[in-house]
Structure formats: structure tokens, C-alpha cells
Design a protein around this ligand. Structure first.
Ligand code: GLU
Length: 563
């Protein structure tokens, strides 16, 4: 924790000309580590010392500390950059025409959300069009439901696409554009073995067909389209420069034969465009002005440039952003698909997955995702997704609207021999939430039993404890005894190790509990009981006090949101 605080202080100092400020460091610590709030009294003097220490360091030393101890902070940007994303160049009066180009191999995940949100932010800034282009040109990797799921995911994110274009409906356009390139000698159709094509390219040498006339190549193209070849026998190639210093940019395959039936088109087409070809043709015909995509597309931009050049088209403005690594979740579509089929995952919204469907089910507010990606900017430096920062954004949004309830996991039931009735009146929302007038949970507690979690029990057996909003109690073996609403010095003598201010305050249940389970992001389940008032708020994220935020899905089960 001290190392993290030192990193937060260094980061704060870097944001403020080398001088960290104690108050901003404290609030950042609490935002990122809410469980430290109760420990603040001890922590503040230490934070003060750390801030003094850090303020005497050089900026290089501060940067070193942040990079070593808490590199995720760097993806949350400085104040200047935080203001907004950079402007795009050459935006005309009609605004921008941009696109999102996912493949329908599955629904969108938290990685895709970045491209969607950045595009949408620019559409909001400039107006114009944002096309959702579904790139379904690999029939063996299509999940038929994904066409719809992708749109649902985008709507949930608040991303306003203005039209949907499906590439498998545009094959005739791709064919006719390829024909033109062949006619102009800018492309050819080869039946040379692909190994030979590759190895000759590596040496900067052409295959035989590259040297043949457009007429000969056109003839092969027509034969390819009319079913005159078997799969693997033929492919069509766009010429680039065989001497290009980067062999990956030299002549690239634009079409090949695929016999797998297409989920929308069946076996209507056998000749499939490769991504670089269909992307270039569509980016032109859809009138794109600006394309933002990951750095991994830089070589593709270079290849696509040849098509634009041959046809005399103006290229859109490209912006390539750095990679975001997202750890501690599962994103790989093929793996997820297999897991769903095997029954290892409950579906696309299994809490272990990084899909937006899972995020939705865990109760995240899409605005937290937007804020995260806007604040991490569009730079070309690679970053790592910080769950801590993302959680802190989400917490800030949902905290004041999350009703409070008690959930006791792995409960221990303690015998309560009490003649009389205790009244509990527990606020549904904390005072500071602005929702305090929304009432409280009222319970009567009498002779019977009281439940606390086994975790608390292990620490408290034989000790004095405060049951939240009920009073002081003493836990002794299998019983719990009421001591009163307040305790005096006599009780204190009985328990000298715990000065009054240090008596733990814990959550509890008595006579108003229902069985409930919480499914965690690692797939494990916490079983226990929740107070029955919680069931009046199904479909909402709750704060289960001293436990964490939970999206209550139905009367038996919730998904853990975050601590
Ligand atoms: N469909 C491509 C992909 O999934 C995107 C193509 C592009 O952005 O140019 O990576």
C-alpha cells in the first residue's frame, strides 16, 4: 500500500509541476482503494510524510516510481490531456464520415468498446455519419447472433451509429472493382502454388502470372468467378512494389476460394475478398473522411494505399492508436464459444468474460467505460487497462443510487436469548448520497438467533462488537448477548484490548433473511443470506455493506460488480 501511495503522490506531483498536494493524494487513494476509507485516520499522517518525501525528488525519479509501482496511473492521463480528445484535421462543414468495422465472430468486448467510443466522441463533436460496417467475409468465423448482439452492445454503450453496412451484401462491388484493377494491369490472378508466391515475393521476384497480360489474367478471373477452379488452386493478387523494403507490403492476396457456407448468403459466393481489399473499397465507396483504428493496422493502411492510388481516390485521414492490454478477464472469442458449447461458461454474459454483455450483467454503467476510454486518450503508446481506475469511475457513478443492504456470506448463526424487542432502523442510502429521504429498512429483533459471517465470527469470538444500527453485543461461542445501545466504562474494562473507538461495526441478519448467492468475476460463488428488503430492488446494483457492489438479478442471485 505504501508503494502505491508513493506512486499516487509522484503522479500527482507530475501533474502539478513537481509538487504533490496532500488532499488530492488522499482523495485519489480513497477513490482507488475505498476499503482504506476506514483506515484514514492512520493513513493521513503517513500520506503527509510520503508527500514531503516525494516532493523532494526529481521528475525523473517520480516517473520511475509511477512506472515501477503503479503504471496503470499513466493511462489515466494528466489534467491537460484529460480535457478532451485531440481535434481531427480537415473536417468539412458536413462533419465527419467514420466507421466501426467489427467482425461478427461474437459480441463486442471491453477492448472493442474503445474504438466504438472514440468514434462516437468524434461524431458527437463534429456531426456527420458513423457507419457500423459488419465485416463478415470469413464465413468460418461468424457467430450468426453477433449481427444483432453487436448492435445491442453499441446501443447499450450509447454509441450512435447512423447506418449499418454488411460486407457480405457487397461482393458484386468488390468483384467489379477487382476487374478494373486487373484490366489496368494493377492486379493479377495466380495459380502458382502459394508457397512459391510467398518465397518469390520474399526475394523480390514475380510469379509467372504477374508478368502476363491483363487479358490472360482477366480470363482466369472470369474462370475463378464461374467456378472453374477448386479451393486452393487460385487466388487474385493486388500488385504493390516487389522491392518494398517491408516484405509484408509486397503484392497481397485480395481474393481466394472458400467453400464454407456463409450464414447469411449460403453458397451464393465462393470467391471471398481478403480484409485489405474489402476495407479499402468500402472506405472509399462509403465516403470515409477519417478512420481511427489500432496500430496493428499500420501495415494494412500501407497496403490499402496502393488501391487508392491506382483508382485515383483520396485516402481518408488515418489515426492509429496504441494497444490496450486487458488482463484478468477472458476475451478470446473462439475460446469463449467453445466454453459456452461445453457448458464451461453460462453464456456470452458469464461474469468471467470481458464481453460487454458480461459488463452489463455485472451492473456497470456504460458511462464509466466511456469516461475511462476518453480519459485514456488516443495516443500511440501501448497501455494496460486498469481495473482499479475503471472501478473507481464506476463507483463514483453508481454509489449514490445503490441501495444499501446486508448480505451475510457463509453465515454463522448465534443463539440470541433476549427478553424483549430491539428496533433497527437502517438507512437505505447514506446521508451524503442525496437519497437519504428514500427511507430505511426497519426490523424488529427478539429472542431467536442472529447471523454474522463466518469471517467476522473467526475474528470476534469472545469479543465486543457493534451490530450496525442495532447496538453493542458480546459474541461468546455459539451465543450472542446484547449489551446496550451504548457502552460505558464498565464494559470497557471487560474488554481492555479494544478501546471504544476500535470496536468493529459489522453487518448482521435476524429473522428477515432469504438465501442468496453472489457470482464473482472469477466464477466462484459466495453463498449466504440477504435481507428480504433487498428483493424490493431487483434489477438494481446494491451496495452490500462491507462486501461490495452487487447487481441483484433475481430473488436468488446477483453478479458481483466490484469492491
Ligand atoms: N474488421 C477489421 C478488424 O476486425 C477492422 C478493419 C479496419 O479497422 O480497418 O480488425
Amino acid at each position: 500500500m505504501e508503494d502505491k501511495i508513493r506512486a499516487i503522490a509522484s503522479f500527482n506531483a507530475l501533474e502539478h509541476d513537481g509538487k504533490a498536494d496532500v488532499n488530492s493524494v488522499v482523495s485519489r487513494v480513497v477513490a482507488l482503494f475505498p476499503e482504506e476509507r476506514k483506515n484514514l485516520k492512520n493513513l493521513i499522517p503517513r500520506i503527509r510524510e510520503i508527500v514531503d518525501e516525494v516532493n523532494s525528488l526529481t521528475k525523473e525519479e517520480m516517473t520511475g516510481i509511477v512506472q515501477r509501482e503503479f503504471p496503470e496511473l499513466l493511462s489515466s492521463r494528466t489534467k491537460e490531456e484529460k480535457k478532451s480528445l485531440p481535434d481531427l484535421p480537415d473536417v468539412g462543414n458536413g462533419g465527419v464520415v467514420m466507421r466501426m468495422a467489427p467482425s461478427p465472430s461474437g459480441p463486442l468486448h471491453i477492448g472493442h468498446a474503445r474504438m466504438a467510443i472514440l468514434n462516437d466522441e468524434y461524431l458527437r463533436r463534429y456531426g456527420g455519419k458513423l457507419i457500423l460496417r459488419i465485416e463478415d467475409t470469413n464465413p468460418s468465423n461468424i457467430e450468426p447472433d453477433a449481427y444483432q448482439m453487436i448492435q445491442d452492445d453499441l446501443r447499450w454503450l450509447g454509441v450512435n451509429f447512423t447506418e449499418v453496412v454488411i460486407q457480405s451484401k457487397r461482393f458484386e462491388l468488390y468483384y467489379s472493382e477487382m476487374r478494373k484493377l486487373i484490366e489496368e494491369g494493377k492486379a493479377y490472378v495466380s495459380t502458382s502454388p502459394t508457397e512459391e508466391f510467398k518465397s518469390r515475393k520474399q526475394q523480390g521476384l514475380p510469379v509467372r502470372e504477374r508478368e502476363e497480360t491483363p487479358e490472360e489474367n482477366l480470363e482466369r478471373w472470369e474462370r475463378m468467378l464461374s467456378g472453374g477452379y477448386e479451393k486452393g488452386e487460385v487466388y487474385a493478387v493486388v500488385k504493390t512494389d516487389l522491392n518494398h523494403p517491408n516484405p509484408a507490403i509486397r503484392d497481397f492476396i485480395a481474393f481466394r476460394i472458400i467453400d464454407t457456407p456463409h450464414p447469411l448468403e449460403g453458397d451464393r459466393y465462393r470467391i471471398y475478398p481478403m480484409m485489405n481489399f474489402s476495407v479499402a473499397i468500402d472506405d472509399h465507396f462509403l465516403g470515409l473522411t477519417h478512420v481511427i483504428r489500432g496500430k496493428d493496422h499500420i501495415a494494412n493502411t500501407e497496403k490499402q494505399k496502393y488501391i487508392f492510388g491506382y483508382r485515383g481516390w483520396k485516402q481518408p485521414y488515418y489515426l492509429h492508436y496504441g494497444k490496450v492490454s486487458i488482463e484478468n478477464t477472458i476475451l478470446k472469442t473462439t475460446f469463449i464459444k467453445k466454453g459456452i458449447r461445453n457448458g464451461d461458461f453460462t453464456g456470452w454474459d458469464d461474469p468471467r468474460l470481458g464481453t460487454l454483455a458480461a459488463f452489463r450483467k455485472r451492473g456497470f454503467d456504460p458511462l464509466a467505460i466511456r469516461r475511462y476510454y476518453v480519459e485514456s486518450g488516443i495516443g500511440s503508446v501501448d497501455t494496460t487497462f486498469s481495473w482499479e481506475i475503471f472501478y473507481s469511475f464506476n463507483r463514483k457513478i453508481i454509489d449514490s443510487r445503490s441501495p444499501r443492504h446486508f448480505f451475510v456470506s457463509q453465515p454463522v448463526s448465534l443463539k440470541f436469548d433476549f427478553e424483549g424487542t430491539l428496533n433497527a432502523d437502517i438507512p437505505l442510502f447514506p446521508q451524503a448520497s442525496g437519497n437519504a429521504e428514500k427511507g430505511s429498512r426497519r426490523y424488529k429483533v427478539g429472542k431467536g438467533s442472529i447471523m454474522i459471517s463466518s469471517q467476522d465470527y473467526a475474528k470476534l469470538n469472545g469479543e465486543l462488537v457493534r451490530l450496525k444500527d442495532l447496538g453493542y453485543f458480546k459474541v461468546e461461542s455459539s451465543r450472542i448477548e446484547y449489551l446496550g445501545e451504548s457502552i460505558n466504562e464498565d464494559v470497557q474494562k471487560w474488554n481492555p484490548n479494544r478501546p471504544l473507538g476500535k470496536v468493529p461495526i459489522i453487518h448482521w441478519l435476524s429473522g428477515n433473511e432469504v438465501p442468496f448467492r453472489v457470482v464473482k468475476p472469477d466464477g466462484t460463488v459466495d453463498s449466504g443470506f440477504v435481507e428480504n428488503d433487498a428483493l424490493n430492488y431487483i434489477g438494481m446494483v446494491h451496495q452490500f455493506e462491507r462486501y461490495g457492489y452487487v447487481n441483484v438479478l433475481n430473488e436468488r442471485e446477483g453478479y458481483f460488480t466490484h469492491p
